[in-house]
Design a protein around this ligand. Sequence first.
Ligand code: ATP
Ligand code: MG
Length: 429
Amino acid sequence: MAEQIQGIRGMGDVLPGITPVWQSVEGVLQQTMQAYAYQEIRIPIVERTELFERSIGEVTDIVEKEMYSFADRNGESITLRPEATAGIVRAGISHGLLHNQKQKLWCAGPMFRYEKPQRGRYRQFHQFDVEALGYEGPDIDAELIMMSARIWSELKLDSVELQLNSLGTPQSREKYRDALTGYFSSHEDALDEDSRQRLHRNPMRILDSKNPEMEPVIQQAPKINEYLDSASADHFKVLQQLLGEAGIQFTVNSRLVRGLDYYTRTVFEWVTDRLGSQGAVCSGGRYDGLVEHLGGKSTPAIGWAIGMERLVELFELSGHADVGNERHVYIVAVGDEAARTAFRIAETLRSEYTDLCVEMNSGGGSFKSQFKRADRSGAALALILGEEEVKSDLIGLKPLREEGDQQQIALADLNTAIDEFLQSSTNPS
Ligand code: ATP
Ligand code: MG
């Protein structure tokens, strides 16, 4: 036998046993986008490396350590997208979508980061991303957060909590930066290698450190809320009022700085304690300077991204993820003549019923072996055809998930029987 070829570390397959759970989460996400009038945008998986360097910031985990960058055949440096915002902004600018107009957008797909693979942290993972471009807020900040809260409630998740902070403007952040640099310089002994390197280049990144040994020194650091400019403080106050009126609970976490350089004012994270140490399910924030920084006209904007692997796992753990399909029938057909008739019936049913899964037994087999497959398929009802049925224009029916005898009916009555079955299984008495 030839040697097996392994997949790439940290890049998982989503197997058929779990794709129905993904699909039901994706269904809820798309419905929610529809309900808030957000439109889908699709962007390439690769972009020029420069796009991410300039937008995410050179002194960040992503740009320093996590990007999949390589030279294409022409020698140009390109990068597998580590996140979607930069690409969406690039597309918005180059297609004039931000010219005298605003955009409410969503985007979904795989992202790539060269991280240490572990539960909830992969090298290829998927994000569901929302961006509102051209809106100053804070009403839109509240809308985005309410939208995510609606997703949790549609999925019946009650274990996520909202953490909120404001990073102010780049100007107000200057003063905070100085204060932080002063503080961390006087505690340089307590800093790890990474943080020491960031001390003078980007001290706020130290607050985002994932090293538990850094925690005590980070705890005592100056807090950003004492340095907010008054317009940002007002913005933050109104956002908190709007969330309060919408009944959304939150905690203000002044250590929350987020891993990307482009954030201004509002930043937030939905976190859970059910997923081990990778507890952030959805993160986002305002990035009022990014569009201009990437060569567009100054445009305020805000967005968030859900980590799909984490959300799907949380949904599974919640016990509400059971996605058994009642509208699934399995056709058992024994003998050549019966198989031909079954094909015809299956096609007719697929034309007549939208949203009905009609599974044909493929590859023949005895009644016994076909029934075994029918049971395993998860179908709710078996339709049975043998030589005898075909001769007399009959068809057999047998419920697969609950007790019930096989009954034989005239083929002409099949639709009525299926209607009744679907009716009774959607309204169990
Ligand atoms: P973390 O602090 O966990 O590294 P981050 O700040 O890098 O997260 P973002 O860039 O804001 O995360 O991405 C948004 C969301 O995408 C996160 O909240 C998380 O749910 C998910 N996510 C980020 N990186 C990964 C990864 N490597 N594997 C799986 N999900 C991820
Ligand atoms: Mg990260």
